[in-house]
Design a protein around this ligand. Structure first.
Ligand SMILES: [Mg+2]
Length: 151
């Protein structure tokens, strides 16, 4: 695989480091890390990673809100990290372009396949968005041609 560029957002620094190491060991490039949702938005804008591993509960802005803003602004998807007690929040995540979630504690055995699937899904979404854009352009062209014929 080409080296995917990932970002890790987690307010617990030890866990953040663990995840980062697991990802690097699995062959990913970790281009950025953050400890809060607002910092995540700032760094996503700067580094444009392929995928973000995002904790839900963080001080200031939570991970779901940050994920939603990042997706809407930069079309970068997130994979959420959640504690068992936060599972109700996953409902909220369904409309934030979340490509999956992992329940803590996170093991390499869970993290790597989840990241692979999320990246594959992200690529499919990107291709689909491109197709839709092309189709919309074609429809626009047809309208112009049609209008020209009517003259
Ligand atoms: Mg947290």
């Amino acid at each position: 695989m080409g080296k995917y560029r990932l970002m890790v957002v987690e307010d617990e620094s030890i866990l953040r480091m663990d995840i980062k190491e697991m990802l690097i060991e699995a062959g990913y490039e970790v281009v950025s890390e953050a400890n809060s949702g607002d910092k995540a938005i700032e760094l996503a804008a700067l580094h444009k990673p392929d995928l973000i591993i995002m904790d839900i509960k963080m001080p200031k802005m939570n991970g779901i809100k940050a994920s939603r803003i990042i997706y809407q602004t930069f079309q970068i998807p997130s994979l959420l990290l959640t504690a068992y007690s936060e599972r109700d929040l996953v409902e909220e995540a369904k409309n934030a372009h979340i490509l999956g979630y992992l329940v803590k504690p996170v093991s390499e055995r869970d993290l790597v396949p989840a990241a692979e699937i999320a990246l594959a899904q992200a690529n499919r979404l990107k291709a689909l968005a491109n197709d839709i854009k092309k189709m919309e352009e074609k429809i626009q062209d047809q309208k112009v041609i049609q209008r020209a014929k009517e003259f």
